[in-house]
Design a protein around this ligand. Structure first.
Ligand code: ADP
Ligand code: ADP
Ligand code: ZN
Length: 216
């Protein structure tokens, strides 16, 4: 099964992706994680991406599309992938269709998680991420057992540099302008499925899981 998970920043894409990939044995491909790793490693691509990420802007389409094309071409994708954070513009969605055609891949569903803006701001400003394994927590809504330490690997938790209130607000503007038009693209294809994300993490997960079991 090949899936896309989309929604505004803070909707819970990464949180649900972590569970869904385990449940359905899928490979988690997050373009945000790919960029953050490149920044950490100090590669040229990482340096370029950081300029955009710090402002809350999107990394240019040509960079992102090339990365996803390369990643999807690898043999480990054949068993099923969950694309998280890509596509994010109409141009990326169209480019993805070309790549899928080249690779002979078909996507089964686009999971769209929706959450109101006030809740998104609360979620993003309280988000903490493990420096070592990338697991995501929330200081109030999904706290680790020990305040600054990852439950899974003991790694140190940090706050993403783009999770400040100013950058969060800019990312929400960018989402509305550049990403929302894509919803209609997948709606027209008849593969979009909407989920109310303003509920408990487990409730949202059960809902998505039940849906996916139905289309499997
Ligand atoms: P969030 O979890 O808040 O939705 P991500 O971790 O997916 O954020 O992305 C963080 C940043 O990485 C984005 O604000 C953007 O700068 C960059 N990025 C990630 N995916 C894409 C993409 N598909 N196109 C352009 N930029 C991207
Ligand atoms: P995205 O990948 O869409 O940006 P995340 O999965 O990183 O979103 O979630 C953003 C923040 O909100 C994290 O701190 C996460 O722990 C928290 N979170 C995710 N889902 C929920 C939920 N259903 N209810 C409350 N908090 C949530
Ligand atoms: Zn960890």
């Amino acid at each position: 099964m090949h899936l896309i998970i989309m929604g505004p920043p803070g909707a819970g894409k990464g949180t649900q992706a972590e569970r869904l990939t385990k449940e359905f044995s899928l490979l988690h491909i997050s373009t945000g994680d790919i960029f953050r790793n490149a920044v950490k490693e100090g590669t040229e691509m990482g340096k370029k991406a950081k300029e955009y990420m710090d402002k809350g802007a999107l990394v240019p389409d040509e960079i992102v599309i090339g990365i996803v094309r390369d990643r999807l071409s690898k043999p480990d994708c054949a068993g099923g992938v969950l694309l998280d954070g890509f596509p994010r513009t109409l141009e990326q969605a169209e480019a993805l269709d070309e790549v899928l055609k080249e690779l002979g891949m078909v996507f089964d569903a686009v999971i769209n998680i929706d959450v109101n803006e006030e809740e998104l701001i609360n979620r993003l400003t309280g988000r903490r991420v493990c420096r070592n394994c990338g697991t995501t927590y929330h200081i109030k809504f999904n706290p680790p057992k020990v305040r600054t330490i990852c439950d899974h690997c003991g790694g140190e938790l940090y706050q993403r540099s783009d999770d400040t209130i100013e950058t969060v607000k800019e990312r929400l503007v960018v989402y509305k302008k550049q990403t929302m038009p894509m919803i209609e693209y997948y709606e027209r294809k008849g593969i979009l499925k909407n989920f109310d994300g303003a509920r408990d993490i487990n409730e949202v997960f059960t809902d998505i899981k039940t849906y996916l079991e139905g289309i499997k």
